[in-house]
Write a protein that binds this ligand. Sequence first.
Ligand code: ZN
Length: 438
Amino acid sequence: MGAIRIRERALLQVTEPGLIESVLLPGDADYAPSLATLRREQAVVELGSGEYLLPGFVDLHNHAPQWPQLGKALDVPLEDWLDRYTFPLEARYRDEEFARRAYSSLVAAMIANGTTTAVYFGSAHLPATQLLAELCLQAGQRALVGRVAMDAVDTCPDYYRDSSAGLAIEETEALITGVGAMPGNEQRLVQPVITPRFIPSCTDELLAGLGEIARVTDAHVQTHCSESDWAHEYGLARYGRTDTVSYDYFGLLTRKTVLAHCNFITCPDMDLIASRGAAIAHCPLSNAYFANAVFPLRRALESGVRVGLGTDISGGPGTSILRAMADTVVMSRLLEDGVDADIPTASRGVSGSRVSSMEAFYLGTTAGGIALGLPIGLLSPGMSFDAILVDSAAAESALTLWEEFDSTDEILQKIIHSANRNNIKQVWVAGTSVKGPV
Ligand SMILES: [Zn+2]
């Protein structure tokens, strides 16, 4: 992980398909003439005092159908949460009108919070999931959208379960075709994702079938991995091996895989994930409610695993990747120090676990792009212009910048920890303004 470079008065030139062509600095020979030309052509957006341009945020893991229960249903363990709250809610998405209302509201909120790329779990309904893909495209949000597959009789309720592995496989293929064929999606702003919910809810036949689709189509894959004590032990009891090894066995651990959580993965699991080039979506807030442990982020990074951040709506009751960045820092400090004051200091925590605010920022932007293999998350030539404009003086801002003694690094730290959606004045995806002036 390199250092974050903050450039002052930089001039980014964006080409027609929304790619950053060049980044000029005031000392560069081309800077003044380029700026003069762009001003003459009225083709430049100039930042005002107290305004900052950041790469757009990448949310590697969230559940679109759970949006209506954001902030509630956080009182029970994962397995009860699914049965009592989440499966009944997700089952409602057979009603496309309901899906349209919920998904429109979610996509708008994501963009308002600066999430330029989101990796969405949908429900187990093809029409509603196809609709989610269409709504992302209409709103201009870069998105990866998956129809969740879940056919296990023991763990999925009768009212919300794929009637067979064959049906889930067929509808996964249909989504891949449908998303690829959407008018206006020629640049592949929206892409399909193969989405087994997690090992407890999928039969072997389904996991093998989805692995075969991954091999044939080279589509992205997303799932949950070793999330909680219960989920991790379920996989071990069923197969005698960890979730990571099982996904690899079924062909679901690829360069294009995003594994959510991974709190209980072993060192060999980390090495396997790293060797396959797969990524982990670290969901710090959701982990606090449902995972029974803190993800060993530092160890994963040192093992060479690609890691980005996820909100895990609605297991995590937050919409903003800024919050996920701040929570990443907090959780890493809790892991480092430990939490029980009755345990002696030396053995209370896991030393060396902390990550900095800047590292968390990198995880929520650049690292998210690397995890997905997409040219996003960095304001550099050749990357897509997916960016947000932060206005530190916005109405209802919680930011307190102090020009006399805040360095640019410190301003970014303050943005990470105290900016909110009101500070996000404008959002661009692939060079197109999707929030703020068009
Ligand atoms: Zn999840």
